[in-house]
Design a protein around this ligand. Structure first.
Ligand SMILES: Cc1ncc(COP(=O)(O)O)c(C=O)c1O
Length: 398
């Protein structure tokens, strides 16, 4: 217990012996039990280099092929369209830079939503620094893409690639991917979709040419990403030549982690509809109870068209980092897109683009192990935690 944790039995204290409630699955979901089993088995059986020709290597190759086939089946793509990468971030970098490189004859403009993940925005920045152009498309207060602005942007001459996140990793708003894809198709522009928060949880939209995802968001191990490039899409590797992973990802693949990622994806996909219904109920409760019990709170994101497992709210007059630490001391692991997050020390570009409050921002993201009791305990603790932080900051008459 840390010095300022509430004493056992006090209001807001975790029940004696209760494990911390982990509410940050959008950063990294706890590994699915089958991922652990598959990882251990593949460490024994799949450590040889799958590119070699002896029996042990052929066995590793079989495991890699089976993992690719299983992942492709869940994503409803062909196995040869799918490459494994070292993370969702590297998959996003390769998607953007490879998509732009493959279409350099068409132009040098990247159109992207203003709420892309930083991996996409950093790749866009690299492209701009190298002399290309990037056009951000705004979202509304609920975090929904401005489709009229998007359609105009992709209709402009010289657009090589468009990038749209499937659903916001910060506020959960699901994006109108199929309508955005139709606008792209009308002008022959390929669409890249960062589906890191959707894969394994909700059905994927249609119409995209390039897609990326990340295994540790769906219950696989960290350090495995997925890059899908549909047949017929012009895509050119931004890396020095390497034959592995169809020339899309350089370096030896982490086979045990890939095998575990594929096993987890199969398992979570089979349970996804039931989990989505259950978690959406818990999220709905958080969306309803927090503004009713904590003054000056804004619940952000689309109330209807949203991911089932993720909810974000902001508390006026509260420092985001202080709130995270106070919740951590009471046994809740949450994340924040606040004005001062420990990972970026910058205001969240997503909340800024939406024009919503970013003070004291909390993102709760649930996973299959999340329970009603954990959510109830959080809802019971939160009003006191926020009130104490406001009192410390001298804000009392709310
Ligand atoms: C939407 C989105 N894209 C990409 C990433 C990066 O994935 P990884 O953590 O595997 O690098 C994340 C992770 O936060 C994400 O939420």
């Amino acid at each position: 217990m840390s010095p300022d944790s509430p004493p056992p039995g006090a209001p807001g204290a975790a029940p004696a012996g209760a494990p911390a409630a982990y509410f940050d699955a959008a950063s990294a979901a706890p590994p699915h039990p089958v991922a652990r089993q598959a990882l251990l088995a593949a460490l024994d059986d799949g450590w040889a280099d799958p590119a070699r020709l002896y029996a042990r290597a052929r066995r590793a190759r079989q495991l890699l092929d089976a993992a690719r086939a299983a992942t492709a089946e869940v994503l409803r793509v062909r196995p040869d369209e799918l490459s494994f990468t070292g993370s969702g971030t590297t998959a996003a970098h390769a998607a953007v830079l490879g998509g732009l490189a493959g279409r350099r004859r068409a132009g040098a403009t990247l159109v992207h939503s203003a709420i892309e993940h930083s991996a996409v925005l950093h790749a866009a920045r690299r492209h701009v620094d190298a002399g290309g152009a990037a056009v951000p498309v705004p979202v509304d207060r609920l975090g929904r893409l401005d489709l009229a602005a998007w359609s105009a942007a992709v209709a402009a001459p010289g657009v090589a690639l468009a990038a749209l996140i499937s659903a916001s990793h910060e506020v959960g708003t699901v994006q109108p991917v199929e309508r955005a894809a139709a606008a792209c198709a009308a002008h022959g522009v390929p669409l890249y979709v960062d589906a890191a928060q959707s894969v394994g949880r909700v059905p994927l939209p249609a119409g995209w040419s390039v897609l990326s995802a990340s295994a540790h968001k769906w219950g696989g191990p960290p350090g495995v990403g997925v890059l899908v490039v549909r047949k017929g899409t012009r895509w050119e590797s931004p890396y020095p030549a390497d034959e592995r992973e169809a020339g899309r990802t350089p370096g030896v693949p982490d086979l045990p982690a890939i095998v575990a990622a594929a096993a987890a994806l199969r398992a979570v996909s089979a349970e996804a509809a039931d989990q989505a219904a259950r978690l959406a109920g818990l999220v709905e409760r958080i969306r309803r109870v927090v503004p009713a019990t904590v003054p000056d709170v804004e619940v952000v994101g689309d109330p209807d068209d949203r991911l089932p497992h993720l909810v974000t709210f902001s508390c006026l007059y509260v420092d985001g980092e202080a709130l995270l630490h106070a919740l951590d001391r009471r046994g809740f692991a949450v994340s924040s897109g606040s004005s001062c997050t420990s990972s970026t020390l910058r205001p969240s570009h997503v909340l800024e683009a939406m024009g919503v409050l970013s003070h004291g921002n909390v993102r709760i993201s649930l996973h299959p192990g999340s329970t009603e009791a954990e959510v109830d305990r959080f809802l019971a603790v939160l009003p006191r935690v926020v009130a104490d932080l406001r009192a410390e900051a001298g804000v009392t008459d709310l």
